[in-house]
Design a protein around this ligand. Structure first.
Ligand SMILES: Cc1ncc(COP(=O)(O)O)c(C=O)c1O
Length: 344
């Protein structure tokens, strides 16, 4: 392919993709913000996009992320093979759905969910990442709290959530998007995670849940979920409320069960009703997969589950999005199968 330099186009430099990238098929550089008038050959389109992307960083050299940037070639192959499967089309791709269900059960068992015994199906869903999982878990808490308040004929218009000030931005998004007040426990010099004592002090009758983080985004530190569970149990007993706990285990969820199996932070603690984890962090899958797991079916209000039937049979869905790719879910299953639980 011949690339020719088009010069003297200063005034156009910001309105075209690049004056450098051209071929004999591309007499003029393609416009940057509007669709080109004419089509170009696939080779030319590929080269232009490929070469422009050279200016991105190299993911494998990106040591500032804890999102996966390398997977085995066999898994890359599986992902490429599934690239054209729409995950939501469960009737058409029932095996992909089955793999997601296996992942949900594997993770629920890893987190000691009582619903994940041999006889019952665990309750959970694959998401785009922890952020979507947190929105779903937060919505379930809000709905449950509202239903209870309505039944008690009490006001249900001022829900709040208690977190540490170290929460990831997705909690602030949840609060703003879904109109829940975020009550943040302030951090202090030398203590950079949520103090369970202070968190429980901030809980009131409008608190839909306390969110603890297993693996603070800023320093990786685990919050003391066990102490939170103890203090909140005492407060619930005193007040008659039943404020639950959500654990944001975006990064710690695939670390703690392997490195600290004795640490009680998960469904072993009775007030922990839901947990999220990012598959694309220590679940070792490329960006685009997370998981929301609930302790049991009772924690998930029915009205949040939609049943669609226009793709075939009855398909229950509880996600913010509808269509999405299947590759990440398949890759997650590959990693579980490939790694096993073995702790070396
Ligand atoms: C504690 C915590 N929660 C939530 C998120 C959001 O995760 P995701 O990028 O999977 O949406 C992150 C991401 O860094 C995180 O560290």
């Amino acid at each position: 392919m011949v690339l020719s330099v088009v010069q003297g186009r200063e005034e156009e430099s910001s309105s075209v993709v690049s004056s450098v990238f051209a071929s004999r098929y591309v007499q003029d550089p393609p416009p940057r913000y509007k669709m080109p008038e004419k089509s170009i050959p696939k080779e030319a389109a590929y080269q232009i996009v490929h070469d422009e992307l050279l200016l991105d960083g190299i993911p494998r050299l990106n040591l500032a992320t804890f999102v996966t940037t390398w997977m085995e070639p066999e898994c890359n192959k599986l992902m490429a093979e599934a690239i054209n499967k729409n995950y939501v089309d469960m009737d058409e791709y029932p095996v992909t759905t089955e793999l997601q269900n296996r992942c949900v059960n594997i993770i629920a068992k890893l987190f000691n969910a009582p619903s994940a015994d041999q006889t019952k199906q665990a309750v959970g869903v694959g998401t785009v990442g922890s952020s979507e999982a947190i929105m779903l878990a937060g919505l379930a808490f809000k709905k449950k709290w509202q239903n209870k308040r309505k039944a008690q004929k009490k006001p249900f218009d001022k829900p709040n959530i208690v977190t540490g000030a170290n929460v990831q931005v997705c909690w602030e998004k949840f609060a703003r998007y879904f109109e829940v007040e975020l009550k943040e426990v302030k951090l202090r010099e030398g203590y950079y995670v949520m103090d369970p004592v202070k968190a429980v002090e901030m809980v009131d009758e409008n608190t839909i849940c306390v969110a603890a983080i297993l693996g603070s985004t800023f320093n990786g530190e685990f919050e003391d979920v066990k102490l939170l569970n103890t203090l909140l149990t005492q407060k619930n007993k005193r007040t008659g409320w039943d404020t639950p706990i959500h654990v944001d285990a975006a990064s710690g969820g695939f670390v703690a069960p392997f490195l600290y199996p004795e640490l009680e932070w998960d469904f072993r603690l009775p007030l922990v009703k839901s947990i999220n984890v990012s598959g694309h962090k220590y679940g070792l899958v490329y960006a685009g997969v997370g998981w929301a797991i609930w302790r049991s079916k009772e924690e998930l209000p029915d009205e949040l589950i939609f049943h669609i039937n226009y793709l075939g049979g009855d398909e229950p869905t509880f996600t913010l999005n509808f269509s999405k790719g299947s590759s990440q879910v398949i890759a997650q299953y590959y990693q579980f199968l490939r790694m096993g639980f073995e702790v070396n």
